[in-house]
Structures are given as C-alpha cells and as structure tokens.
Design a protein around this ligand. Sequence first.
Ligand SMILES: [Fe+2]
Ligand SMILES: [Fe+2]
Length: 147
Amino acid sequence: MTNKSYLAEYAQAVAADHEILSRTVESARKLFTGEFPSDPAQEFTALRQMLGRKLPDHFTYEERRIFPALLADHPTEELNATIQKLIEDHDKLLARIRILQGLLLHRTAATCTPELWTQLLDFFEDLEEHTGREDALFRQFSTLAGR
Ligand SMILES: [Fe+2]
Ligand SMILES: [Fe+2]
C-alpha cells in the first residue's frame, strides 16, 4: 500500500469517527432541550464515554497516525502550522474534558444544572468547529490522494 492510499484510508477513519461523535453530541443536545431520546440514561452514559474515552482516543489517533502521515506526504510550513493549531485545540479540549468529567460525576441527565449544560453546549460547539476544520483538511488531502 502506498502512502497515498493510507491517507485516503485515514481520512475515511477520521470521517467515521467524527460521525459517531456528532451523533453523540446531537443526542446530548436533545437531552438538554427536553426532546428526550429513546433512552436518556443510555445517552447520558454515551456522553460520559465520549468524554472519558472516545474523544481522548480520537485525538491520540490523529496525533500519532493521521497528522504525521499528512505531513510526511505534504511537508509544508503551512500544513505544519495548521496541524500545530489542531494539536493545541486537542490540549485545550482535553483540559475542558477533565473539568466536565469532574462536574458530571454523580450526575444524571435529570440532575445536570443549567450551568453545567451551558458548559457542555459550549464545549460541543467548539468541538464541532474543530472537527469541521479537520474534515475540510482531510477532504482536501483525501482528494489529492485519490489522484
Ligand atoms: Fe482533532
Ligand atoms: Fe478529529
């Protein structure tokens, strides 16, 4: 397998991960707005799992596999700067995740305070902004890889 086909494969893996994250965020937003998903307790557990495991694992995967592969194939200053910014985002998001996890401890969807929901919704917004920038970047390189 050439490096370029790896890139296309990685781009697909990231897109699939982002899709899972996006579905979890949508369900969590419904918990907040009162449009309860079919199983609120299960959705709340999914939210905790996303924060505690899925997101940190996803960031690690991007930093260890995806970003180095992209840079190896396109070693430009511009891409390097873009990736450094994405890694800074990860660090900031991880710091907020640790705070949110502490606040969510011993809570259920029904006992979340309005302040906690506000923090969660802010976090979701910033997370989506981050994944949106990655999606655009990976789409661009996936298209290049397909040539
Ligand atoms: Fe990321
Ligand atoms: Fe990502």
